[in-house]
Structures are given as structure tokens and as C-alpha cells.
Unconditional design. Structure first.
Length: 412
């Protein structure tokens, strides 16, 4: 895959959704340094792209992935210009090659989450597994912050920060949803101490929590964001109020919850706009499912999303996409962001509200001040689609062009 740079680009006759609302302006001028102008006339020296019939969006952000270079490239083909890694190796000390490569999505990472020895996600890995640094890098193996006491959790926080974690993740999981009941889980004292220490260092904190009780633990510990939505039952007014009053955001990952309940991504895989961009391994994965919690009800999850949004909780778009393996099924990088947007609309958000959840709201909550919106001076991470996704959300899949840092991707 290659890219074709240009001195500057003037995109004209576009419907422009700036990450918050549709603008009156129909021209956006940008280059590799960022967005130069929103509105006005196209400069005579610019390469003009006529966007008539299309909508220009900020590059989409997936707020929950596990990724690698190939997956970052696939995400970008679907207009996802940033992925937020929630367990992995692309911390600041290990991603210079990603930052400079405009053929792949940009990335931020928690590094590895704080969990007890043998706790989630240890059950997913072979015994004794220790990941190495990302391919193409020479850095040390990532830090594995196994903690069973408050003192251990507190001691790992500065180490994670030193190694380049952009935010700190805590696993609050007893395995009951994943089919591994009785997993070691962080106790309240360890969780509380770790969260407090991370916040003392000025770091954003996020929690993996798939049950109402784990969610309550995380919120009571002072977590800044939940990167899953509970799926063990319908919401209660009490849990919605607790989350709202805490100010925490929620990344529901409805596509993951659906997969846990045995719902495959067949409908998405049948869409020719998706099928044309997936190889055999990803197609097989998308058509599979986790199927660890078939007793769950997707209607309960959608109802919880609507209740959270209506209560004023910031809802962000994320997928939990990881590797092309059927046992991690129902998900695919890039494609599943569009599926998640459709689920958010099914839950009752308007298309514009769903788009905010994949752009401006996520950028704001993760402190990514240079992206997520179309405004002068920001990164030119942009997605041009045919149609109007502010009224028909599935139009986000009508990819016409993708730019990362003002450089157009030549294969979408």
C-alpha cells in the first residue's frame, strides 16, 4: 500500500460534519501540517477534490482495540485514523514507526492492564506467555503489572508511566461472563489504591468491567472511564445514576457484547462494502463469535446504552477488535466501528450523536486535542463518504477517500 502526498488539498462542495454538527461551510483546505481553513475559497495552488454528494467527517476513533501494524492498516482503510489500544505493546516507547507511517492508523496505548497473577486476560494465553516488543522495534518486553496488594499496584503506576502508557487500565473481572468463573480479581483495596495513584500522577484511568458489580467497584474507586458495558442483566436506575454522578465515560463495545452472546458479524460481512476490504481470515473471524455468554440479552445492552446517554453520560465508540481468529470472532478492525455506530443508533442515539461518539467526544475524553474534529489547526485526519451519515448512519461505509495527516490513502 502506498500514499500520494500533495502540497495542499482543497475539498469543495462537501457536506462537512465537524465532529459535533454539520457546518454551513462546504470547503476544507489542508496539507500535511494540518487543516488550513474551513470555509472560504479553494487556493489556486491547491489540488481540488470535488466532494459533491458526499460528507466529510473527522477520521473515526476506535476507543477499544488490541492491535498490530496489519490491523492498523486495515482500520485506516475503513476511515479509522486512530485506535486506542486497551491491552498491548504500542506505548509511547514502542510506536515511533507507527507515528510516522501514514499508511496505518495512529495509536495510543495503556500498555498492559493491572490485574492479579492468573487474572483476566491470563486465561486467554498459553501458560507462561510473555509478549515481546512489537515487530520492527528493539524495545524491551512490555511491563506486566500483576498486582495482588495495594502496595504492588501503587508501585507499578510510575513504571507504566515511564514505559509510555498513555492511560492506565485496571481489570475488574471474576471471569463469570467469559466462561471462567473464579478467576483471581483485583480486590477493592488494590483497585482503589492503584486508581488513586494513577490519578495522583495525572493519568487517565480506565476499567475493564463486564458485570454490574464490577462496574460499581470501578466507579466507586474513582475510575475515569469504563471501556466495556456490563452485560449480566438490565440496568438499574441506581447504576446509571452512579455512573452519571461520577462523570465517567463509557465505551459500550456493543459489538463485543453481541459476540459474547453468540451473535456473529454475518450481517456486516454480507455487506459488499465490507466484504471487499476483508481477507479470508478476517471474514472468517467476523462471521464467528465469542459465544461465552449466550444467556445474555442484547436488548438489555442497548437499553443500558440509551439510559446512559439520556442521563448525560459520555458514550464513546469502541469495538474490542483484536486478532483474526474465530475464537475472538464477530469483530474486525475498522469494519466493526461502523457496526458499532449502527448499534448506537439502534439503541436510540441519532446518527449525529453516534458520530460524535466516534470523533469529538472520544478525542475530548482521551485528551487528544489535535484530532476528532474538523477545525483550523487540527490534524488533517479525514474521511470522505458518499451520502449523508448524519441521517443514514450506514453511509459511513460508503468510503470515497481517507486522509491521515493530510496524506491520502491510495487503496480504500
Amino acid at each position: 500500500m502506498s500514499t500520494t502526498p500533495a502540497p495542499s488539498t482543497a475539498l469543495i462542495n462537501a457536506r462537512v460534519f465537524d465532529g459535533d454538527r454539520t457546518l454551513e461551510a462546504t470547503t476544507v483546505v489542508f496539507d500535511s501540517t494540518g487543516i488550513l481553513a474551513v470555509g472560504g475559497n479553494a487556493p489556486a495552488s491547491a489540488q481540488v477534490v470535488d466532494a459533491k454528494g458526499g460528507t466529510l467527517l473527522p477520521g473515526l476513533i476506535d476507543a477499544h482495540v488490541h492491535t498490530n501494524v496489519e490491523s492498523l492498516a486495515l482500520a485506516l482503510r475503513f476511515g479509522v485514523t486512530t485506535e486506542l489500544e486497551m491491552q498491548g505493546t504500542y506505548t509511547a516507547d514502542n510506536r515511533a514507526h507507527i507515528t510516522a507511517d501514514d499508511t496505518v492508523a495512529d495509536v495510543r496505548s495503556s500498555g498492559f492492564g493491572i490485574t492479579p497473577p492468573g487474572g483476566h486476560p491470563s486465561e486467554l494465553f498459553p501458560e507462561g506467555f510473555r509478549p515481546g516488543p512489537p515487530p520492527g522495534t528493539s524495545g524491551p518486553a512490555p511491563l506486566m503489572p500483576f498486582s495482588t496488594t495495594p502496595e504492588e499496584a501503587v508501585a507499578f503506576i510510575p513504571q507504566l508511566i515511564e514505559r509510555g502508557s498513555d492511560y492506565v487500565k485496571f481489570m475488574v473481572d471474576d471471569g463469570s461472563v467469559e466462561g471462567h468463573p473464579g478467576l483471581p480479581m483485583l480486590d477493592r483495596a488494590t483497585l482503589n489504591a492503584g486508581v488513586a495513584e494513577a490519578k495522583r500522577h495525572g493519568k487517565l484511568t480506565v476499567a475493564h468491567a463486564l458485570t454490574i458489580e464490577a462496574t460499581r467497584m470501578a466507579i466507586e474507586a474513582g475510575i475515569d472511564g469504563l471501556v466495556h458495558l456490563f452485560m449480566d442483566g438490565p440496568h438499574t436506575d441506581e447504576i446509571i445514576t452512579l455512573i452519571r454522578d461520577s462523570g465517567a465515560f463509557v465505551v459500550p463495545c456493543v459489538v463485543l457484547n453481541a459476540s459474547m452472546m453468540g451473535i456473529t458479524g454475518d450481517q456486516l460481512a454480507d455487506d459488499p462494502r465490507v466484504a471487499a476490504r476483508l481477507d479470508e481470515a478476517w471474514t472468517k473471524t467476523l462471521r464467528s463469535s465469542f459465544n461465552h455468554y449466550p444467556q445474555g440479552e442484547i436488548a438489555d445492552v442497548l437499553g443500558s446504552v440509551r439510559a446512559l446517554y439520556d442521563a448525560g453520560v459520555d458514550v464513546l465508540t469502541g469495538t474490542d477488535a483484536s486478532m483474526p481468529m474465530p475464537f475472538l470472532g464477530g469483530l474486525a478492525h475498522g469494519a466493526s466501528v461502523h457496526h458499532e455506530l449502527q448499534y448506537l443508533v439502534q439503541a436510540g442515539l441519532t446518527p449525529a450523536q453516534a458520530l460524535r461518539a466516534a470523533t469529538a467526544t472520544t478525542a475530548r475524553r482521551f485528551g487528544l486535542a489535535d484530532r476528532g474534529r474538523i477545525a483550523e489547526g487540527l490534524r488533517a485526519d479525514l474521511l470522505l463518504v458518499d451520502g449523508d451519515p448524519t441521517t443514514t448512519i450506514s453511509d459511513t461505509l460508503n468510503t470515497r477517500a481517507v486522509w491521515r495527516r493530510g496524506t491520502r490513502l491510495t487503496a480504500v
